[in-house]
Design a protein around this ligand. Structure first.
Ligand code: FAD
Length: 394
Protein backbone atom coordinates (compact mmCIF):
# COMPACT_ATOMS: atom_id res chain seq x y z
CA UNK A 1 0.00 0.00 0.00
CA UNK A 2 2.90 2.38 0.85
CA UNK A 3 4.36 2.04 -2.67
CA UNK A 4 0.94 2.44 -4.19
CA UNK A 5 0.68 6.07 -3.02
CA UNK A 6 4.18 7.02 -4.17
CA UNK A 7 4.05 6.07 -7.86
CA UNK A 8 5.28 9.27 -9.56
CA UNK A 9 4.33 8.22 -13.08
CA UNK A 10 0.64 8.06 -12.07
CA UNK A 11 0.97 11.06 -9.75
CA UNK A 12 2.21 13.48 -12.41
CA UNK A 13 0.66 12.03 -15.57
CA UNK A 14 -1.58 15.12 -15.81
CA UNK A 15 1.36 17.56 -15.77
CA UNK A 16 3.50 18.57 -18.75
CA UNK A 17 7.28 18.42 -18.31
CA UNK A 18 7.36 22.23 -18.42
CA UNK A 19 4.88 22.42 -15.50
CA UNK A 20 6.83 19.81 -13.58
CA UNK A 21 10.02 21.82 -13.97
CA UNK A 22 8.31 24.96 -12.66
CA UNK A 23 6.89 23.04 -9.67
CA UNK A 24 10.31 21.51 -8.93
CA UNK A 25 11.91 24.95 -9.05
CA UNK A 26 9.32 26.42 -6.64
CA UNK A 27 9.58 23.50 -4.19
CA UNK A 28 13.38 23.68 -4.48
CA UNK A 29 13.34 27.33 -3.38
CA UNK A 30 10.94 26.62 -0.49
CA UNK A 31 13.08 23.70 0.61
CA UNK A 32 16.49 25.38 0.32
CA UNK A 33 15.71 28.97 1.33
CA UNK A 34 12.80 28.81 3.79
CA UNK A 35 13.67 32.07 5.58
CA UNK A 36 14.02 33.93 2.30
CA UNK A 37 10.65 32.60 1.07
CA UNK A 38 8.93 33.67 4.29
CA UNK A 39 10.35 37.21 4.18
CA UNK A 40 9.70 37.50 0.44
CA UNK A 41 6.10 36.40 0.93
CA UNK A 42 5.53 39.31 3.36
CA UNK A 43 7.18 41.75 0.94
CA UNK A 44 5.22 40.25 -1.95
CA UNK A 45 1.95 40.82 -0.07
CA UNK A 46 2.70 44.57 0.20
CA UNK A 47 3.97 44.77 -3.38
CA UNK A 48 0.79 43.17 -4.77
CA UNK A 49 -1.50 45.22 -2.50
CA UNK A 50 0.24 48.48 -3.45
CA UNK A 51 0.19 47.46 -7.11
CA UNK A 52 3.96 47.79 -7.54
CA UNK A 53 4.63 47.23 -11.28
CA UNK A 54 5.19 43.59 -12.28
CA UNK A 55 4.72 42.27 -8.71
CA UNK A 56 1.54 40.39 -9.60
CA UNK A 57 3.14 39.11 -12.86
CA UNK A 58 6.06 37.64 -10.90
CA UNK A 59 3.72 35.91 -8.42
CA UNK A 60 1.39 34.79 -11.25
CA UNK A 61 4.16 33.12 -13.25
CA UNK A 62 5.65 31.31 -10.24
CA UNK A 63 3.73 30.36 -7.06
CA UNK A 64 0.30 31.12 -8.51
CA UNK A 65 0.78 28.78 -11.49
CA UNK A 66 1.76 25.91 -9.21
CA UNK A 67 -1.03 26.33 -6.62
CA UNK A 68 -3.98 28.06 -8.38
CA UNK A 69 -6.34 27.17 -11.22
CA UNK A 70 -6.92 30.53 -12.89
CA UNK A 71 -8.07 34.11 -12.45
CA UNK A 72 -11.76 33.29 -13.07
CA UNK A 73 -14.05 30.31 -13.65
CA UNK A 74 -13.48 30.26 -17.42
CA UNK A 75 -9.75 30.18 -16.80
CA UNK A 76 -10.12 27.08 -14.57
CA UNK A 77 -11.97 24.91 -17.04
CA UNK A 78 -8.89 23.43 -18.73
CA UNK A 79 -7.49 22.41 -15.32
CA UNK A 80 -10.88 20.94 -14.29
CA UNK A 81 -11.04 18.91 -17.52
CA UNK A 82 -7.45 17.78 -17.16
CA UNK A 83 -8.11 16.52 -13.60
CA UNK A 84 -11.35 14.81 -14.69
CA UNK A 85 -9.48 12.93 -17.40
CA UNK A 86 -7.58 11.15 -14.60
CA UNK A 87 -10.68 10.48 -12.48
CA UNK A 88 -10.11 13.42 -10.12
CA UNK A 89 -13.01 15.74 -9.17
CA UNK A 90 -12.63 19.47 -8.47
CA UNK A 91 -13.64 21.54 -5.44
CA UNK A 92 -13.76 25.16 -6.60
CA UNK A 93 -12.22 27.48 -4.05
CA UNK A 94 -12.80 31.18 -4.76
CA UNK A 95 -9.87 32.96 -3.13
CA UNK A 96 -11.74 35.29 -0.85
CA UNK A 97 -10.76 35.64 2.78
CA UNK A 98 -11.68 37.90 5.68
CA UNK A 99 -13.45 40.76 3.90
CA UNK A 100 -14.62 43.74 5.95
CA UNK A 101 -17.52 45.69 4.44
CA UNK A 102 -21.12 44.96 3.49
CA UNK A 103 -20.30 45.77 -0.18
CA UNK A 104 -17.46 43.26 -0.19
CA UNK A 105 -19.60 40.58 1.51
CA UNK A 106 -22.30 41.09 -1.14
CA UNK A 107 -19.75 40.96 -4.00
CA UNK A 108 -18.19 37.75 -2.66
CA UNK A 109 -21.66 36.20 -2.22
CA UNK A 110 -22.29 36.86 -5.92
CA UNK A 111 -18.97 35.10 -6.75
CA UNK A 112 -19.99 32.07 -4.68
CA UNK A 113 -23.36 31.95 -6.46
CA UNK A 114 -21.59 32.08 -9.84
CA UNK A 115 -19.27 29.25 -8.77
CA UNK A 116 -22.22 27.13 -7.59
CA UNK A 117 -24.10 27.58 -10.89
CA UNK A 118 -20.91 26.83 -12.82
CA UNK A 119 -20.32 23.68 -10.72
CA UNK A 120 -23.94 22.64 -11.30
CA UNK A 121 -23.20 22.46 -15.03
CA UNK A 122 -20.03 20.35 -14.66
CA UNK A 123 -20.32 16.80 -13.38
CA UNK A 124 -16.68 16.75 -12.31
CA UNK A 125 -17.18 19.73 -9.92
CA UNK A 126 -19.33 18.32 -7.09
CA UNK A 127 -18.38 20.98 -4.55
CA UNK A 128 -17.27 24.53 -3.89
CA UNK A 129 -15.56 25.65 -0.71
CA UNK A 130 -16.06 28.89 1.20
CA UNK A 131 -14.94 30.80 4.24
CA UNK A 132 -17.69 32.40 6.34
CA UNK A 133 -15.36 35.36 7.05
CA UNK A 134 -15.68 36.25 3.37
CA UNK A 135 -19.39 37.01 3.90
CA UNK A 136 -19.52 38.07 7.57
CA UNK A 137 -17.52 40.30 9.88
CA UNK A 138 -14.88 38.51 12.00
CA UNK A 139 -15.65 40.51 15.16
CA UNK A 140 -19.36 39.85 14.74
CA UNK A 141 -18.64 36.12 14.50
CA UNK A 142 -16.45 36.37 17.59
CA UNK A 143 -19.28 38.08 19.47
CA UNK A 144 -21.84 35.49 18.39
CA UNK A 145 -19.41 32.78 19.54
CA UNK A 146 -19.64 34.09 23.08
CA UNK A 147 -23.12 33.43 24.51
CA UNK A 148 -22.64 35.91 27.37
CA UNK A 149 -21.83 38.89 25.13
CA UNK A 150 -24.40 41.66 24.65
CA UNK A 151 -25.26 42.45 21.03
CA UNK A 152 -26.11 45.94 19.82
CA UNK A 153 -29.19 46.44 17.56
CA UNK A 154 -26.78 46.99 14.61
CA UNK A 155 -24.99 43.71 15.36
CA UNK A 156 -28.32 41.87 15.38
CA UNK A 157 -29.09 43.37 11.95
CA UNK A 158 -25.59 42.44 10.65
CA UNK A 159 -25.98 38.87 11.91
CA UNK A 160 -29.35 38.53 10.19
CA UNK A 161 -27.84 39.87 6.96
CA UNK A 162 -24.95 37.39 7.16
CA UNK A 163 -27.41 34.55 7.77
CA UNK A 164 -29.51 35.67 4.78
CA UNK A 165 -26.43 35.70 2.52
CA UNK A 166 -25.40 32.27 3.74
CA UNK A 167 -28.94 30.92 3.29
CA UNK A 168 -29.01 32.19 -0.31
CA UNK A 169 -25.68 30.46 -1.02
CA UNK A 170 -26.88 27.16 0.53
CA UNK A 171 -30.28 27.28 -1.18
CA UNK A 172 -28.61 27.89 -4.55
CA UNK A 173 -26.28 24.94 -3.92
CA UNK A 174 -29.25 22.75 -3.02
CA UNK A 175 -31.10 23.75 -6.20
CA UNK A 176 -28.04 23.20 -8.40
CA UNK A 177 -27.07 19.82 -6.96
CA UNK A 178 -23.77 21.22 -5.66
CA UNK A 179 -22.31 20.79 -2.18
CA UNK A 180 -20.32 23.24 -0.05
CA UNK A 181 -17.26 22.72 2.14
CA UNK A 182 -17.44 25.39 4.85
CA UNK A 183 -13.85 25.94 5.95
CA UNK A 184 -12.84 26.08 9.61
CA UNK A 185 -10.84 29.10 10.68
CA UNK A 186 -9.84 30.37 14.16
CA UNK A 187 -11.38 28.39 17.03
CA UNK A 188 -12.75 31.53 18.72
CA UNK A 189 -15.23 32.11 15.88
CA UNK A 190 -16.11 28.42 15.43
CA UNK A 191 -19.22 28.42 17.70
CA UNK A 192 -20.82 31.09 15.46
CA UNK A 193 -19.80 29.15 12.34
CA UNK A 194 -21.32 26.00 13.87
CA UNK A 195 -24.59 27.83 14.59
CA UNK A 196 -24.78 28.98 10.97
CA UNK A 197 -23.77 25.66 9.40
CA UNK A 198 -25.98 23.49 11.65
CA UNK A 199 -28.98 25.70 10.91
CA UNK A 200 -28.41 25.32 7.16
CA UNK A 201 -27.74 21.59 7.43
CA UNK A 202 -31.15 21.24 9.07
CA UNK A 203 -32.72 22.96 6.07
CA UNK A 204 -30.74 21.43 3.21
CA UNK A 205 -28.97 18.20 4.26
CA UNK A 206 -32.23 16.34 3.98
CA UNK A 207 -31.35 13.75 1.35
CA UNK A 208 -27.74 14.50 0.48
CA UNK A 209 -24.88 16.33 2.21
CA UNK A 210 -25.28 19.81 0.69
CA UNK A 211 -23.17 21.30 3.50
CA UNK A 212 -19.97 19.96 5.01
CA UNK A 213 -18.70 21.49 8.24
CA UNK A 214 -14.96 21.29 8.97
CA UNK A 215 -13.41 19.54 11.97
CA UNK A 216 -9.83 20.54 12.86
CA UNK A 217 -8.51 17.52 14.68
CA UNK A 218 -5.59 19.42 16.26
CA UNK A 219 -8.20 20.94 18.60
CA UNK A 220 -8.85 18.91 21.73
CA UNK A 221 -12.55 19.81 21.44
CA UNK A 222 -13.11 18.54 17.87
CA UNK A 223 -13.75 14.89 18.69
CA UNK A 224 -16.76 15.72 20.91
CA UNK A 225 -17.95 18.38 18.45
CA UNK A 226 -17.96 15.90 15.57
CA UNK A 227 -19.83 13.25 17.57
CA UNK A 228 -22.34 15.73 18.96
CA UNK A 229 -23.15 17.27 15.53
CA UNK A 230 -23.47 13.82 14.01
CA UNK A 231 -25.77 12.56 16.79
CA UNK A 232 -27.99 15.65 16.60
CA UNK A 233 -28.48 15.37 12.84
CA UNK A 234 -28.81 11.58 12.85
CA UNK A 235 -31.62 11.82 15.43
CA UNK A 236 -33.42 14.26 13.10
CA UNK A 237 -32.97 11.90 10.13
CA UNK A 238 -30.48 14.28 8.47
CA UNK A 239 -27.01 13.74 7.01
CA UNK A 240 -23.94 15.35 8.56
CA UNK A 241 -21.28 16.42 6.06
CA UNK A 242 -17.82 16.48 7.68
CA UNK A 243 -14.54 17.64 6.20
CA UNK A 244 -11.85 16.28 8.47
CA UNK A 245 -8.59 18.24 8.60
CA UNK A 246 -5.72 18.54 11.06
CA UNK A 247 -5.87 22.36 11.18
CA UNK A 248 -3.92 25.25 9.69
CA UNK A 249 -3.85 27.93 12.43
CA UNK A 250 -1.72 26.20 15.07
CA UNK A 251 0.67 29.05 15.85
CA UNK A 252 -2.11 31.62 16.08
CA UNK A 253 -4.17 29.37 18.39
CA UNK A 254 -1.32 28.69 20.82
CA UNK A 255 -0.19 32.33 20.84
CA UNK A 256 -3.69 33.61 21.65
CA UNK A 257 -4.18 31.03 24.42
CA UNK A 258 -0.88 32.09 25.99
CA UNK A 259 -1.70 35.79 25.76
CA UNK A 260 -5.10 35.30 27.40
CA UNK A 261 -3.80 32.82 29.97
CA UNK A 262 -6.07 30.08 28.62
CA UNK A 263 -5.36 26.38 28.20
CA UNK A 264 -3.85 25.70 24.76
CA UNK A 265 -6.73 24.32 22.65
CA UNK A 266 -4.26 22.33 20.51
CA UNK A 267 -2.98 18.87 21.39
CA UNK A 268 0.51 18.97 22.89
CA UNK A 269 2.15 16.78 20.24
CA UNK A 270 1.85 16.01 16.54
CA UNK A 271 1.34 12.35 17.50
CA UNK A 272 -1.74 13.29 19.58
CA UNK A 273 -3.18 15.21 16.61
CA UNK A 274 -2.47 12.26 14.31
CA UNK A 275 -4.24 9.87 16.72
CA UNK A 276 -7.26 12.19 16.97
CA UNK A 277 -7.34 12.55 13.18
CA UNK A 278 -7.22 8.82 12.53
CA UNK A 279 -9.87 8.18 15.21
CA UNK A 280 -12.17 10.70 13.50
CA UNK A 281 -11.64 8.91 10.19
CA UNK A 282 -12.48 5.56 11.78
CA UNK A 283 -15.59 6.96 13.49
CA UNK A 284 -16.81 8.55 10.25
CA UNK A 285 -16.13 5.38 8.29
CA UNK A 286 -18.21 3.35 10.73
CA UNK A 287 -21.06 5.88 10.42
CA UNK A 288 -20.72 6.24 6.61
CA UNK A 289 -24.33 5.33 5.90
CA UNK A 290 -25.66 8.33 7.80
CA UNK A 291 -22.85 10.84 7.37
CA UNK A 292 -20.67 11.94 4.46
CA UNK A 293 -17.02 12.70 5.15
CA UNK A 294 -13.88 13.82 3.41
CA UNK A 295 -10.36 12.88 4.43
CA UNK A 296 -8.82 16.28 3.58
CA UNK A 297 -5.18 15.58 4.24
CA UNK A 298 -1.72 15.29 2.75
CA UNK A 299 -0.74 12.74 5.38
CA UNK A 300 -0.02 9.43 3.69
CA UNK A 301 -0.63 7.32 6.81
CA UNK A 302 -4.13 8.72 7.30
CA UNK A 303 -4.99 8.19 3.62
CA UNK A 304 -3.69 4.63 3.79
CA UNK A 305 -5.74 3.90 6.94
CA UNK A 306 -8.91 5.00 5.16
CA UNK A 307 -8.01 3.31 1.88
CA UNK A 308 -7.42 0.01 3.70
CA UNK A 309 -10.77 0.28 5.49
CA UNK A 310 -12.50 0.96 2.15
CA UNK A 311 -10.81 -2.00 0.47
CA UNK A 312 -11.41 -4.44 3.35
CA UNK A 313 -15.10 -3.54 3.30
CA UNK A 314 -15.30 -3.34 -0.51
CA UNK A 315 -16.95 0.10 -0.48
CA UNK A 316 -14.82 1.84 -3.12
CA UNK A 317 -17.89 3.41 -4.71
CA UNK A 318 -19.48 4.65 -1.50
CA UNK A 319 -20.76 8.17 -2.31
CA UNK A 320 -20.26 9.38 1.29
CA UNK A 321 -16.49 8.79 1.40
CA UNK A 322 -13.97 11.04 -0.32
CA UNK A 323 -10.35 12.17 -0.22
CA UNK A 324 -9.13 15.66 -1.05
CA UNK A 325 -5.77 17.38 -1.42
CA UNK A 326 -4.83 20.91 -2.43
CA UNK A 327 -3.97 21.66 -6.06
CA UNK A 328 -0.19 21.61 -6.52
CA UNK A 329 0.38 19.40 -3.48
CA UNK A 330 0.48 15.64 -2.83
CA UNK A 331 -0.39 14.58 -6.37
CA UNK A 332 1.08 11.21 -5.38
CA UNK A 333 -1.95 10.74 -3.11
CA UNK A 334 -4.71 12.25 -5.27
CA UNK A 335 -3.91 10.51 -8.53
CA UNK A 336 -2.88 7.16 -7.07
CA UNK A 337 -6.06 7.13 -4.95
CA UNK A 338 -8.11 7.85 -8.08
CA UNK A 339 -6.64 4.77 -9.76
CA UNK A 340 -7.99 2.73 -6.81
CA UNK A 341 -11.54 3.69 -7.76
CA UNK A 342 -12.20 5.83 -4.66
CA UNK A 343 -13.55 9.42 -4.78
CA UNK A 344 -10.52 11.60 -5.12
CA UNK A 345 -10.67 15.40 -5.32
CA UNK A 346 -8.52 18.51 -5.61
CA UNK A 347 -9.18 21.89 -3.94
CA UNK A 348 -8.69 24.35 -6.79
CA UNK A 349 -8.19 27.95 -5.65
CA UNK A 350 -8.91 30.64 -8.22
CA UNK A 351 -9.20 34.42 -8.31
CA UNK A 352 -6.95 37.43 -8.74
CA UNK A 353 -3.34 37.28 -7.54
CA UNK A 354 -4.23 39.84 -4.85
CA UNK A 355 -7.16 37.78 -3.53
CA UNK A 356 -5.28 34.49 -3.53
CA UNK A 357 -2.10 35.90 -1.97
CA UNK A 358 -2.94 35.03 1.69
CA UNK A 359 -3.60 31.46 0.52
CA UNK A 360 -0.24 31.35 -1.29
CA UNK A 361 1.53 32.67 1.80
CA UNK A 362 -0.05 29.87 3.90
CA UNK A 363 1.19 27.30 1.35
CA UNK A 364 4.69 28.82 1.53
CA UNK A 365 4.60 28.60 5.35
CA UNK A 366 3.32 25.04 5.30
CA UNK A 367 5.93 23.91 2.79
CA UNK A 368 8.86 25.41 4.65
CA UNK A 369 7.70 24.06 8.01
CA UNK A 370 9.27 21.30 10.03
CA UNK A 371 7.00 18.70 8.43
CA UNK A 372 9.41 18.85 5.45
CA UNK A 373 6.63 18.70 2.90
CA UNK A 374 8.71 20.73 0.43
CA UNK A 375 11.57 18.25 0.39
CA UNK A 376 9.13 15.33 -0.06
CA UNK A 377 7.46 17.08 -3.00
CA UNK A 378 10.84 18.14 -4.41
CA UNK A 379 12.16 14.58 -4.36
CA UNK A 380 9.06 13.19 -6.06
CA UNK A 381 9.14 15.87 -8.77
CA UNK A 382 12.86 15.18 -9.36
CA UNK A 383 12.21 11.44 -9.54
CA UNK A 384 9.49 11.91 -12.16
CA UNK A 385 11.58 14.30 -14.27
CA UNK A 386 14.44 11.78 -14.22
CA UNK A 387 12.07 8.96 -15.13
CA UNK A 388 10.76 10.95 -18.11
CA UNK A 389 14.29 11.80 -19.18
CA UNK A 390 15.31 8.12 -19.07
CA UNK A 391 12.16 7.05 -20.95
CA UNK A 392 12.99 9.59 -23.69
CA UNK A 393 16.53 8.19 -24.06
CA UNK A 394 15.33 4.57 -24.45
C1 FAD B 1 -8.58 19.74 1.02
C2 FAD B 1 -8.09 20.44 2.23
C3 FAD B 1 -8.92 21.33 2.90
C4 FAD B 1 -8.48 21.99 4.05
N1 FAD B 1 -9.33 22.83 4.73
C5 FAD B 1 -8.94 23.39 5.90
C6 FAD B 1 -9.82 24.16 6.69
O1 FAD B 1 -10.99 24.37 6.35
N2 FAD B 1 -9.35 24.68 7.86
C7 FAD B 1 -8.06 24.46 8.31
O2 FAD B 1 -7.70 24.92 9.40
N3 FAD B 1 -7.21 23.74 7.56
C8 FAD B 1 -7.61 23.20 6.38
N4 FAD B 1 -6.72 22.45 5.66
C9 FAD B 1 -5.28 22.40 6.06
C10 FAD B 1 -5.06 21.32 7.08
O3 FAD B 1 -5.71 21.69 8.27
C11 FAD B 1 -3.57 21.09 7.41
O4 FAD B 1 -2.97 22.28 7.84
C12 FAD B 1 -2.73 20.59 6.28
O5 FAD B 1 -3.45 19.79 5.40
C13 FAD B 1 -1.58 19.75 6.87
O6 FAD B 1 -2.07 18.62 7.57
P1 FAD B 1 -2.12 17.16 6.96
O7 FAD B 1 -3.29 16.40 7.47
O8 FAD B 1 -2.07 17.30 5.50
O9 FAD B 1 -0.88 16.34 7.49
P2 FAD B 1 0.50 16.57 8.18
O10 FAD B 1 1.38 17.36 7.27
O11 FAD B 1 0.94 15.24 8.61
O12 FAD B 1 0.19 17.39 9.47
C14 FAD B 1 0.56 18.70 9.72
C15 FAD B 1 -0.46 19.23 10.70
O13 FAD B 1 -0.36 18.54 11.97
C16 FAD B 1 -0.68 19.42 13.02
N5 FAD B 1 0.52 19.54 13.89
C17 FAD B 1 1.80 19.76 13.49
N6 FAD B 1 2.64 19.83 14.54
C18 FAD B 1 1.88 19.66 15.65
C19 FAD B 1 2.16 19.66 17.06
N7 FAD B 1 3.40 19.84 17.51
N8 FAD B 1 1.14 19.46 17.91
C20 FAD B 1 -0.13 19.26 17.46
N9 FAD B 1 -0.46 19.25 16.14
C21 FAD B 1 0.52 19.46 15.25
C22 FAD B 1 -1.04 20.77 12.38
O14 FAD B 1 -2.43 20.77 12.18
C23 FAD B 1 -0.31 20.71 11.04
O15 FAD B 1 -0.91 21.53 10.06
C24 FAD B 1 -7.16 21.77 4.53
C25 FAD B 1 -6.32 20.86 3.87
C26 FAD B 1 -6.78 20.19 2.76
C27 FAD B 1 -5.88 19.20 2.11
Amino acid sequence: MQELLTNTKTAFKYKSTKDLKLAKWIYGIMHQYPDLVLSMSQLGMFAVEWKIPFADQVVYNTFYKVFCGGKDLKDCISVVENLAEFGVETVLDYGAEAKDSEEEYEAVTQEFLKAIRFAGKHASIPLISMKITAIADFELLEKYSNPSSTKSPQEVIDWERAMARFDLICKTAYENGTSIFVDAEESWIQPALDTMVMEMMKLYNTEAPVLYNTYQMYLKSSRDRLISHHSELKKAGLVLGAKIVRGAYMDKESKRAEELGLEDPIYPTKGDTDDAYNEAILYSFQERDNMAFCCASHNRESCIILLELIKENKVENHPNISFCQLYGMSDNLTFNLATQGVRSMKYLPYGSVENTFPYLVRRAHENTSITNDASREYLMLSEELERREKAKRK
